[in-house]
Design a protein. Structure first.
Length: 266
């Protein structure tokens, strides 16, 4: 695992966006050769999305031949619902860059057969050639996507019941009312995420410090599902100083020395 420590959230967001842009451009996507990108929602990636939009508008970053697969969607919310993750993605990225609508994928939380929808989502990822880069955030309890504590580390896309803490954290998108947050969601599994060629995780703020410690300094544990990154051959975590509050000084120094030798390369 590579741990990149930036001064603040803005630095994290810029670094993450440059990392995504560099991977897209190095792949050189074109007709019949799409770069597949896994994407998250929530507060953590919002700065990254703003920077990706800027890179598109000011520096020519193109999403024309990029296919995206989002991590999750609420059960029962239609794509037109302003609280849905489809609406979140349209507002922050899809409607502001040159991605083709048919290439922007999210699971359908209103499907008649949700299990079949989950299986179809896994199939769509496979038929696209798998995910080249999966970007994610992490919950304060260490969950990745909606893989709540206790989720199987071999799990695939499926329905999940959300914890009270997760609904509370997401209440800001529902008028501040946790009870208005749907109790279930469709989510990619930990196994789905681990299949990606590369994983980039964004971690910001002191509320995520315990989760970061569990991911970096403790063992793989299904109660902290983001710790699965320890099992991946190419995992990168970019965090701010506040998120390192519970790491040992030695750990922080170690990773900063490594990054200094790399020259801050995404």
């Amino acid at each position: 695992m590579r741990l990149v420590i930036k001064q603040d959230y803005d630095g994290v967001s810029r670094w993450a966006a440059r990392h995504v842009a560099k991977r897209i451009e190095a792949f050189a996507p074109g007709p019949g050769r799409r770069f597949t990108l896994g994407l998250p929602t929530g507060a953590s990636p919002e700065g990254m999305y703003r920077e990706l939009v800027r890179l598109h508008r000011e520096e020519g970053l193109s999403f024309r031949h990029v296919a995206t697969f989002n991590m999750d969607e609420y059960v029962g919310l239609s794509a037109s619902d302003p609280r849905s993750y489809r609406a979140y993605m349209r507002e922050r990225l899809f409607d502001r860059v040159d991605i083709e609508a048919a290439n922007a994928h999210l699971p359908d939380g209103t499907a008649t057969d949700l299990d079949a929808e989950c299986a179809a989502y896994e199939k769509a990822i496979s038929e696209a050639g798998g995910i080249r880069l999966f970007v994610g955030g992490v919950g304060a309890d260490g969950h990745l996507a909606f893989n709540e504590p206790g989720s199987s580390l071999a799990s695939r896309t499926r329905q999940k019941t959300l914890t009270a803490d997760t609904r509370l954290a997401n209440a800001r998108y529902f008028g501040g009312d946790p009870s208005a947050v749907p109790p279930r969601a469709l989510t990619v599994g930990i196994g789905t995420i681990l299949d990606a060629d590369e994983i980039l995780l964004i971690v910001s703020g002191p509320a995520k410090a315990r989760a970061l410690r569990a991911m970096v300094e403790e063992g793989v544990n299904h109660m902290w599902t983001a710790s699965c990154l320890q099992l991946h051959r190419k995992a990168v975590v970019v965090c701010d100083e506040d998120a390192t509050d519970e790491l040992t000084v030695r750990t922080v120094r170690y990773f900063k020395e490594i990054e200094a030798s790399l020259g801050d390369e995404p």
